[in-house]
Design a protein around this ligand. Structure first.
Ligand SMILES: CC(C)(COP(=O)(O)OP(=O)(O)OC[C@H]1O[C@@H](n2cnc3c(N)ncnc32)[C@H](O)[C@@H]1OP(=O)(O)O)[C@@H](O)C(=O)NCCC(=O)NCCS
Length: 142
């Protein structure tokens, strides 16, 4: 997961330890995709402690050789399929204004599932430091 995050060239790569800890504690709200037994992508997500009806998606990444085959959408749909069992009603994520691929991914999933898809400002660039872009909050909800 760390290697793929680095390879995307656009995601903030967390430490290896952070990904291991994430999988240890948030496996139920995260997904790893495999193609022919090979690691092909991941989604990291968590239920917001202050509002467990929200599943917050942090990072989505698909190996460059496997893109355009519906893998990212399948991983998000897998998480949405589990909503009823876990009491989750909405998916939130943050996306930078220039990440068109991510905006298209989430809007496509929302449209196909009949979910509303809304955006509002969340973190300004000055909140995030290191020359990071702003991150808008996107909400997928019934
Ligand atoms: C964004 C990313 C996860 C998409 O993965 P993917 O498996 O190729 O996406 P899918 O094949 O499931 O496509 C889902 C939808 O997104 C659209 N999409 C995917 N990549 C796109 C791109 N580069 N430009 C425009 N639309 C794109 C697809 O057309 C599809 O929409 P449709 O159903 O209307 O045809 C992948 O490109 C990636 O890992 N990018 C680098 C990391 C990143 O930016 N992550 C998102 C921020 S956390």
């Amino acid at each position: 997961m760390h290697r793929l995050a680095v390879d995307t060239g656009v995601l903030d790569a967390n430490t290896v330890y952070a990904y291991v800890l994430w999988c240890h504690d948030f496996a139920a709200t995260s997904v790893v995709a495999e193609v022919d037994g090979e690691f092909a992508g991941f989604v990291t997500g968590y239920q917001r402690p202050a509002d467990p009806s929200v599943l917050m998606v942090w990072q989505v990444a698909v190996d460059g050789r496997q893109r355009g085959r519906g893998i990212a959408a399948a991983m998000l749909n897998h998480l949405i399929d589990g909503f009823a069992d876990s009491g989750v009603r909405a998916m939130h994520t943050t996306i930078s204004p220039d990440n068109e691929a991510s905006q298209r991914l989430f809007s496509s999933v929302a449209q196909r599932r009949g979910l509303t898809f809304t955006r509002r400002p969340l973190f300004a660039a000055t909140d995030l430091g290191d020359g990071h872009e702003a991150e808008d909050l996107y909400v997928l909800a019934p």
